[in-house]
Ligand binder design. Sequence first.
Ligand code: IPE
Ligand code: IPE
Ligand code: MG
Length: 236
Amino acid sequence: MPIDFKLQSTLHVGIIMDGNGRWAAGRGLPRILGHRAGVEAARRVVEAAPDAGVGILTLFAFSSDNWRRPPAEVDALMRLMAAYLENETARCVARGVRLEVIGRRDRLDAKLCRAIAQAEAATAAGNRLWLRMAVDYSARDAILAAARGLPELSRDALERAMGPPVDLLIRTGGERRLSDFQLWESAYAELVFTRTMWPDFDGSALVGAVREFHGRERRFGAVPQAPVYRQEAWLD
Ligand code: IPE
Ligand code: IPE
Ligand code: MG
């Protein structure tokens, strides 16, 4: 279902894919089956993104704080991410998707690191969608690392060292917090929080969020468009 907006392919959408565990618990299933269903949702959303007007899609797959989870769940998540990368690379190449993984690599196991390197190399020429998967990612650590790499600290230099600004930030699963995701890049992001659990999210939900984004007025600190200031607007 393509959207007929201008500037459509420049939209950067970030998604905090939350609610896998509750989705599973609600069905009397182990959490890992929620994560498996979450991978399917990610597949659907990646497929729908270009026609929804998304040029950059940043998906929060595993936060640096998620290491606090039970080892068996962490292990299952690592395996699922490696399998996703291995299974999806050919499809990404065919669909013009460039895949990149952001976050720390030094705590990931060798198999996952290999899968990341292979997927990134194979998809490097993709120019229809830039898919960024955040794995062992902490926005606070990313800001620190970028600042440390600068010869001289300035806002412009740091801006250039960080990732692209997020236009629309979606969080599924009902929570209304950022949980250390894209804190710098989301300075002026439009926020959409939905109660839909991630495994139930799909292309039409993405299109709905993008439509909501286009219905909002982004002011970046400036004054609103003229009609709001017409005197009659203040009379009632
Ligand atoms: C999101 O779902 C996936 C990850 C954080 C890896 P959760 O696992 O956080 O699901 P809930 O929030 O417990 O339902
Ligand atoms: C954020 O979800 C991380 C990901 C979706 C990967 P969490 O479930 O870890 O966040 P909190 O703990 O509810 O803040
Ligand atoms: Mg959660």
